[in-house]
Design a protein. Sequence first.
Length: 95
Amino acid sequence: MAIKNHNKISALDGGSTNNVTCPCCNELVSMRLFTTKDTTLVAKIKGEDKNIYISVCPNCASVFSVNTNYLKERERGTYVLLTEGDLKLISNNNG
C-alpha cells in the first residue's frame, strides 16, 4: 500500500523484518519497514535518489534509518537478516 502526500512522495510498506533486538527497548521484535519514493519531475530529471528507508519498533515506537544495502539486497530477493548494526536511531519514543 502506498500513501501519497502533497509533495508527491509515496510511503511504501516494506513488510516485517526478522526478529532483531531493538537498540532502545532491548526487546526481541519484528520491526516494520517503510520506504519513501520521490515521484516529482525534478527528482526524475536530476536522477537523485532521495529515498528514505526506515524501520519502526512495534514495542517502543522508536524510529530507525535502515542500511540501504540491507534493503537493496532484500528487494533483489536475497535472504538477508536485519541486525542492530543496520539500524541508526532517528527518534527514541520510549518515553
